[in-house]
Ligand binder design. Structure first.
Ligand code: FNR
Length: 369
């Protein structure tokens, strides 16, 4: 359909399903095992209800925000999704260019289809970017990658900690990851590539399952970027992350692609905020809590922020936008989100992001209560 018939982020998914080659659709849309967690990521948002306030003069509302010290059009960043060229010839550059034009922050995946430098070169001068890291068994490779990212101006390092082994995404496994579409062209020095178990298996053998809390000081010693752990699910680990000197965590289950029947990030948020509050004043300017998984509406974002999140990440929403319409699709998705922020903030009675408060939502149906 023509792009102006796209009126919400779900619409991109329906288009992507139609236009993508079967293998790309399987890789992008799949989640692990019985796909319970991916469904729950959406469902959790639907269990939180708004408690809107009225008569607050909402003629002017402002949804701009700062994420890890970087200005952003809204409290949303583009989360890392691997292998963008499976879905569009320009791959991740669709996101970079749209993000630069509209002041949105992109997290560059280790397993991007475009090279890291191609992505940086496509960014505008001063455009803030984050980078996602899969830690290589060969730490010298990881060190070089991290220090190169910092040298090229990347603001924050998101270390993925929920993927010591990639989950079994059965839809993807049923597709043979034959050597086309750039699938095997990932640069990260993998050795025993197995092409008979889907795209995920084919690209992930370099990831180090021995990664542990002991490695965090080493990361601190090799970079001055903010260090954020992506894929935290419990208050216990949130506290360990805080005490290990990280600048934040992402409550994430990797879009349902890792441990199936793990709870959603939103569901874990309340307990984790409560645990961190025992460690000092809150909100803590030196420690951020991000949430991702199932976010498709500005209303989802407002719920997470009301409950204490610093900002949220979206993966598939933006991925499907560029698979369907390239850069223009991503720009359209930003425009849709902006319109949704304006309307929802007016109806909720929040004139700015700082006015979002826990009292504005009823989260009693989340299991944390
Ligand atoms: C991902 N995600 C991911 N995360 C990561 O740390 N490194 C990666 O390489 C990838 N790759 C990836 C590929 C695809 C196709 C998807 C859908 C997701 C997870 C991603 O960063 C994020 O956590 C989820 O996508 C959030 O859920 P939603 O927004 O997709 O529902």
């Amino acid at each position: 359909p023509p792009i102006d018939e796209i009126i919400n982020l779900h619409d991109f998914e329906a288009v992507a399903k139609k236009v993508l080659p079967a293998k790309a659709w399987a890789y992008y849309s799949s989640a692990s095992d019985d796909e319970i967690t991916i469904r729950e990521n959406r469902a959790a948002f639907q269990r939180v209800w708004f408690r809107p306030r009225i008569l607050r003069d909402v003629s002017v509302v402002d949804w701009s925000h700062t994420i890890l010290g970087c200005k952003s059009s809204f409290p949303v960043y583009i989360s890392a999704t691997a292998l963008g060229k499976l879905g569009h010839p320009d791959g991740e550059l669709n996101l970079t260019r749209a993000a630069g034009k509209h002041n949105v922050i992109q997290m560059i995946p280790t397993l991007a289809s475009c090279s890291f430098d191609e992505i940086i070169d496509a960014a505008l001068p001063g455009q803030p970017l984050f980078v996602q890291l899969y830690v290589n068994r060969d730490r010298e490779i990881t060190k070089k990658y991290v220090q190169h990212a910092e040298k090229r101006g990347v603001k924050a390092l998101f270390i993925t900690v929920d993927a010591p082994q990639l989950g079994r995404r059965e839809k993807d496994m049923r597709m043979k990851a034959v050597d086309d579409n750039g699938t095997a062209k990932v640069q990260d020095g993998q050795s025993d590539v197995r092409r008979d178990q889907g795209v995920s298996r084919a690209i992930s053998s370099f990831i180090d399952p021995s990664l542990s809390w002991k490695d965090i000081p080493w990361f601190r010693s090799i970079t001055n970027m903010h260090i954020i752990l992506k894929g935290v699910s419990t208050p216990e680990d949130a506290i360990l992350a805080y005490e290990s000197g990280c600048q934040g965590i992402v409550l994430s289950n990797h879009g349902g692609r890792q441990l199936d029947t793990a709870r959603s990030g939103l569901e874990n948020l309340i307990d984790i905020v409560a645990a961190l509050k025992t460690k000092g004043p809150w909100p803590n300017p030196n420690f951020s809590i991000f949430v991702d998984g199932g976010v498709r509406r500005a209303s989802d974002v407002l719920k997470a922020l009301a409950l204490g999140a610093s900002a949220v990440g979206i993966g598939r929403g933006f991925l499907y936008a560029f698979c369907s319409y390239g850069q223009e699709g991503v720009e359209r998705s930003f425009q849709i989100l902006r319109e949704e922020f304006e309307m929802n903030m007016r109806l909720l009675g929040a004139r700015s992001i700082s006015e979002l408060k826990p009292e504005m939502v009823d989260a009693s149906a989340l299991s944390a209560h």
